[in-house]
Design a protein around this ligand. Structure first.
Ligand code: PEP
Length: 250
């Protein structure tokens, strides 16, 4: 973490928690974190719990992001949600390009469209990128990650920089219990920052690490100079564990 960049800790709930479960989680998390946590804190509930979470978190400092947004403003896209719909629900940001969606055939082009749609609606956008185990073993991590970032950021203007966050999430570390080492996370996050600097102010950009982050490894990851926070899946589902990860940013 650098002095000038406030850490960001985001929890991606994926397809977990009903609205009632989400409300219960929020009450517990808000009380554990108090009014002044040492990081920007974000939760990303499933679409069906967004409204309940926005209401439950009320005036707490915890922000609510969606897990995905469609690139179009409206129309024949069954099952999809637009950026304006998210805004109208009180949501202030969204993930785009999570590897689980890319694996379900979301293309680089669609990711770029979602990114643009989110920014145009005034949302914060966390762009996810990361390589597979095969790509890493073949020595292709830098090329892969650079290409994903460059492709998505082609749609970004320099003035968008303060609403953009990029999360480096190696696919081999997501949900596997196998975390990148702090040095591996640092190396990849530095590449992300360097590539993004061609489009936005890299010194101000927050770059997160994601992939099997836990209360035990979060501090060492966030101590790296180019790791400005973490995107957390499994360990964000329980308030105590997520709150300990937030505390590790302090
Ligand atoms: C994620 O889904 O973004 C993620 C990082 O998951 P986990 O922390 O469970 O590896």
């Amino acid at each position: 973490m650098s002095d000038g960049r406030r850490p960001l800790v985001a929890g991606n709930w994926k397809m977990n928690k009903t609205a009632a479960e989400a409300r219960e989680f929020c009450t517990a998390l808000a009380s554990l974190l108090g009014p002044d946590p040492p990081a920007d804190v974000v939760v990303c509930p499933p679409f069906t719990a967004l409204e309940a979470v926005v209401v439950a978190l009320g005036s707490s400092p915890i922000a609510v992001y969606a897990q995905a947004v469609h690139g179009a403003a409206g129309g024949p896209h069954t099952g999809e949600i637009s950026a304006d719909m998210l805004r109208a629900t009180g949501v202030v940001g969204t993930l785009v390009g999570h590897s689980e969606r890319r694996a379900a055939r979301e293309t680089d082009e669609q990711v770029a469209q979602s990114l643009r749609a989110g920014l145009d609606a005034g949302l914060m956008v966390v762009l996810c990128c990361g390589e597979s185990l095969g790509t890493r073993r073949g020595g292709g991590t830098e090329r892969w990650v650079a290409a994903q970032v460059a492709s998505a950021l082609a749609a970004v203007h320099p003035g968008d920089g303060d609403r953009l966050v990029i999360a480096y999430e190696p696919i081999w570390a997501i949900g596997t219990g196998e975390t990148a080492s702090p040095a591996e996370a640092q190396e990849a996050c530095a590449i992300v920052r360097a590539v993004a600097s061609e489009r936005v102010d890299g010194a101000a950009l927050r770059v997160l690490y994601g992939g099997s982050v836990t209360p035990a490894n979060a501090a060492a990851l966030m101590a790296q100079p180019d790791v400005d926070g973490v995107l957390v899946g499994g360990a964000s589902l329980e308030p105590g564990s997520f709150a300990r990860i937030v505390a590790a940013a302090g």
